[in-house]
Design a protein around this ligand. Structure first.
Ligand code: AMP
Length: 591
């Protein structure tokens, strides 16, 4: 097949914004493509060589593409760069350079060699796979080979594709439409094509199967370990009342962890992890891969969950940003793992020892999940509450927020509650707060206890138990565990510094329901910032003042570095002030 056929189609697609027209052009192209290479044509149209999860990507540096254009055209690199800057698009730059060359070339008459799709794909693949010393020159040479034969129009698309910027604006769903029209034998089969795509999201594979064996073969596509399934997504409703109602009066409410979605695929040979966008994540989360492999008691399985960074000392969840640092990192991962470990909270199982679990209702899936995974330090199950009691659910929501989560995901527990790959429907409904508050004021809190350090903090304290002052009762009421913001030196020095205040048991003026490893006379005041103030069933600060059974807590607290030696503990932030701050926060939100 000639690459010119593809280039012509791309040009037509670029000329329209209408989805239906795009689909027609694609159908036309698909129908004239030999079955043998239809997968390649589909990938090329997506600007790729393989489905994303395979992990072989085009993305040649523009600098190298410019060199290749220059070598193939005889124009200086400077000239090519000028054109690139003029158009802001490597494709148009290449096209213009080669057009000029054609006009001046003596050899542009007569029959020329024509570029085939196979040749283009083949050279692209070699470029994508080339590595090590000398690979840059090799890549340039492979690209020059293509440019030597390409027409200016073909050069436009070759250049864009090779740098990873084809960007025709065709959504996967449009390609799926085109495939269903071209080979689907009628509209009623569209749902089978879509189902196949949802559990095997590889458009090249689907295209080849459809074109070669028809719709019946598509119905038999099944889940495979090593091929990520499109993630099920959650709908949203504005209140817990409406959610409970929509769920038929009773549902499972799971913590909505704020981390990174991970789909883990395990068999006897390997473990692979995929992101929500179906890219391979294994090299960024080798710790998660190891942890789930050893937690799994079966032979083959696919699991869905959320990886969340944790403070190894307090055991508390950390803000998501601390795990996002891992993205794109290839080196130094082991060090990051040690400093900011993650916990994988599993909430679903999609495949288990030969059985497609996506067709099984939620309650059974959860049971199966809990029976094949041995919980460990780094693999846990999503915290949940099955309830029909609105007051209880509201309290549970507060607890989720206090524990560092974004809110709750309600899950349908009826017979219909299958895992709908790729769908955003009301079987799952999320309830989170869309706002983020930053506490502007700092707090001056009193150190009343401490917890033994782990990992790098062995031998010192891992976290401190902090309290506000309640003058009416003349007591110190806890508001948070504080583990962040300390330098290594400060940490090492803590036991020494606090030594003189150490006591065997909780001080009588301290009200705490948390059991600390060490207790202190409330004396030392330090400055703390936090993300916000939340209702808390665990901390005692302002207990029952706002809501029965709830106190207040500072979320994501951090030491500012300031020791408030100038303040006595009775001058620390008071519980009343915290109540006022909490109320002001709510008021701001209502504005
Ligand atoms: P959103 O990104 O706001 O649409 O929320 C959906 C995301 O919440 C999912 O893609 C998961 O990454 C995440 N999530 C966290 N906890 C859960 C849970 N228990 N069940 C389902 N999704 C969860």
């Amino acid at each position: 097949m000639l690459y010119a056929d593809i280039a012509d189609t791309y040009e037509k697609i670029e000329g329209t914004t209408k989805r239906l027209e795009m689909t027609d052009y694609l159908v036309e192209l698909l129908l004239k493509t030999p079955v043998k290479i239809i997968d390649k044509v589909v990938y090329l149209t997506q600007g790729k060589l393989y489905a994303d999860f395979v992990g072989i990507e085009l993305g040649l540096a523009e600098k190298l593409a410019i060199k290749a254009i220059s070598q193939a055209s005889g124009s200086s690199e400077k000239k090519v760069v000028e054109k690139f800057q003029k158009h802001g698009d490597i494709g148009l730059a290449a096209e213009e350079v080669f057009k000029n060359k054609k006009q001046t070339s003596l050899f542009s008459f007569g029959k020329e060699e024509e570029l085939t799709v196979e040749k283009v794909y083949d050279n692209f693949e070699k470029i994508a796979r080339a590595e090590g010393s000398g690979s840059q020159n090799k890549k340039i040479k492979l690209l020059v080979e293509l440019f030597n034969v390409a027409t200016p129009k073909e050069a436009r698309y070759i250049a864009r594709t090779v740098v990873g910027k084809l960007r025709l604006g065709i959504a996967d769903m449009t390609i799926l439409d085109a495939l269903a029209i071209a080979f689907g034998e009628g509209k009623e089969n569209r749902k089978y094509v879509e189902r196949a795509y949802n559990i095997h999201p590889d458009l090249g594979y689907i295209a080849k199967l459809l074109a070669s064996s028809g719709v019946e073969s598509i119905k038999n596509v099944s889940i495979e370990v090593g091929v990520p399934i499109r993630a099920m997504l959650a709908e949203r409703l504005p209140s817990l009342e409406q959610i409970l109602d929509k769920m038929g009066g009773r549902a499972a409410f799971e913590y909505k962890y704020d981390g990174m979605r991970i789909q883990a695929h395990i068999n006897s040979k390997s473990v692979e992890l995929y992101s929500r966008r179906l890219e391979k994540l294994t090299s960024q989360f080798p710790d998660v891969a190891r942890a789930i492999k050893s937690a799994f008691k079966g032979k083959e399985g696919i699991f869905d969950g959320e990886a969340v960074p944790v403070d190894i000392n307090t055991g508390e969840l950390l803000p998501f940003q601390m795990v996002s640092h891992r993205r794109g990192r290839k080196y130094g991962i082991e060090k990051i793992i040690e400093e900011i470990p993650v916990v994988l909270f599993l909430f679903d199982v999609l495949y288990l020892d030969g059985k497609d679990m996506t067709e099984v209702p939620y309650v059974e899936r959860r049971k199966a999940l809990e029976s094949v995974i041995d919980k460990s330090e780094h693999v846990k199950f999503a915290h949940r509450l099955v309830s029909s009691d609105l007051a209880e659910i509201k309290k549970y929501f507060d607890k989720a927020i206090e524990d560092g989560c974004e809110g709750l995901v309600a899950k349908n527990i009826g017979e219909e509650s299958i895992y709908r790959a790729g769908a955003r429907e009301f079987l799952w409904i999320k309830y989170k707060r869309d706002y983020k508050i930053e506490l502007v004021d700092t707090l001056d809190l009193v150190i009343v206890g401490a917890f033994a350090g782990k990992g790098r903090r062995k031998g010192t304290y891992g976290a401190l138990l902090m309290a506000a002052y309640n003058p009416e009762q003349d007591r110190f009421e806890t508001v948070c565990k504080l583990g962040s913001g300390f330098t290594d030196d400060q940490l090492a020095n803590l036991p020494n510094m606090l030594g003189e205040y150490k006591i065997k048991d909780k001080h009588p003026r301290v009200w705490s329901e948390i059991k600390a490893d060490y207790w202190f006379v409330p004396k030392v005041v330090i400055e703390v910032v936090g993300a916000e103030i939340t209702l808390s069933p665990t901390h005692t600060c302002a207990r029952d003042m706002l809501e029965k059974g709830s106190g207040l807590a500072v979320r994501f607290p951090r030491f500012t570095g300031k020791w408030r030696d100038d303040k006595s503990p009775e001058e620390a932030t008071t519980t009343k002030e915290l109540v006022e701050m909490y109320k002001a926060q709510i008021k701001n939100l209502e504005k």
